[in-house]
Design a binder for this molecule. Structure first.
Ligand code: BGC
Length: 382
């Protein structure tokens, strides 16, 4: 090896670019994450947008809220579309986003009455959904600026997002140190690994709130999408969408997605649970339960484009929300407005209101323990 080449390699290794220089992560088309300025918050904080590309998938992520601002995947003829609802400017995310693409915490979904008791002490949370606390309260993790560190290694191309939630923030006990890794793998899967530790007993339930439309954002509704969910039961809810505690069987109801089914087939059924939620907005109890490794639980396909997404998770539940509250008042990057059912969420999670339901899988995290959760989204087209 001549001296100049050795010098270049030494410099590359010293600056952490060795993987890039040796080409390992580029074999499948991966590139170093690229950062650009996306906007500036009222207090002067700069918000960046990171672009990740690997294995035929492109993901754009904001340091604000860990928001997936764009997810581009090809259809069966190789034509790309952004399949996630969102905005192209920061102000819209700050002022009016129904959690488009966001990282949700400290507790995804609802906690009834905005309160819970842990080790004999009652905690009162930020209430932002009638009497309930939704998605971590008025200023949840979706409204925080995350510290972002890019990486390129054998696992793929990605970002580690970090946030420290102070003791008492939004009413939750314990300083929570959170790290969320978004990886685009060499085969183009989008993998999310969540970890958290605490210095006092607390509750944790982290998820991502991307709204999918596999035909492309702004392309119309998702009623023609086909869905399969590996769940024989779901958690019926009261009028404020807090689980009643019952684990009800899906057999013979519009909640049965054990065989793939068009979402539109049952959504207008006058089933009391569909009436109160204005569509699907429920937690499915995954048959596999909590697992150490992610296992396949959901399959979603747009028959027109052929775009297909599979979801594997370690979590015991998934909230299938059919975009019921989109009302035509928000417009996406395409310039088209989002109306009811124009996108759907599949939020892997522990069950809503678990801190008040001892019979549900526990969401308690104690000092010395580590919260871990993984969800993998796979994409194909056929
Ligand atoms: C909830 C919906 C809520 C939506 C916010 C979903 O996770 O289940 O009830 O309206 O988030 O946009």
């Amino acid at each position: 090896m001549d001296t100049s080449r050795r010098t270049v390699l030494a410099a590359a290794a010293a600056t952490g670019l060795m993987a890039a220089a040796t080409g390992t992560a580029y074999a499948s088309g991966g590139r170093q994450p690229v950062r650009e300025l996306f906007g500036t918050l009222a207090d002067g904080t700069k918000v960046h947008r990171w672009t990740l590309q690997n294995g035929g998938t492109r993901l754009k992520v904001l340091s604000y809220g860990g928001i997936v601002q764009s997810l581009e995947i090809p259809d069966r003829r190789g034509r790309y579309a952004n399949v996630s609802l969102g905005f192209d400017d920061l102000d819209a995310y700050v002022s009016s986003s129904p959690y488009f693409g966001a990282l949700i915490g400290r507790y995804g979904n609802r906690i009834g009455g905005g309160r819970f008791t842990l080790d004999g002490e009652e905690y009162r949370l930020s209430v932002n959904d009638g009497q309930n606390s939704l998605h971590g309260g008025a200023e949840g993790f979706d409204k925080r600026v995350w510290d972002v560190e890019p990486f390129t290694d054998r696992t793929g191309v990605g970002l580690v997002l970090r946030y420290v939630s102070a003791d008492g923030e939004m009413g939750y006990p314990g300083t929570l140190k959170v790290a969320v890794t978004y990886t685009l793998t060499p085969r183009g899967d989008w993998r999310i690994d969540y970890t958290a530790t605490t210095d006092r007993a607390t509750v944790v339930n982290l998820t991502n709130h991307t709204y999918y439309n596999l035909a492309g954002e702004g392309a119309g509704d998702i009623l023609g999408h086909e869905l399969r969910l590996a769940a024989s039961r779901y958690t019926p809810a009261d009028a404020t969408l807090i689980p009643t505690g019952e684990l009800a069987g899906v057999a013979g109801t519009p909640f049965d997605f054990r065989q793939r089914k068009r979402i539109g087939d049952g959504i207008r059924t006058a089933h009391p649970q569909l009436v109160l939620a204005k569509g699907y907005d429920h937690n499915w109890v995954l048959d596999k339960g909590v697992t150490d490794r992610p296992q396949p639980v959901a399959w979603l396909r747009d028959p027109q484009s052929g775009r297909t997404m599979t979801i594997a998770t370690t979590e015991p539940g998934v909230q299938f929300y059919s975009g019921n509250f989109l009302d035509g008042t928000l417009a996406g990057p395409s310039g088209r407005t989002y109306r009811q059912g124009d996108g759907l969420c599949l939020e892997t999670q522990h069950f809503p209101d678990s801190p008040n339901r001892p019979a549900f899988p526990s969401t308690v995290l104690r000092p010395g323990g580590t919260y871990r959760s993984t969800t993998v989204h796979g994409f194909s087209a056929r």
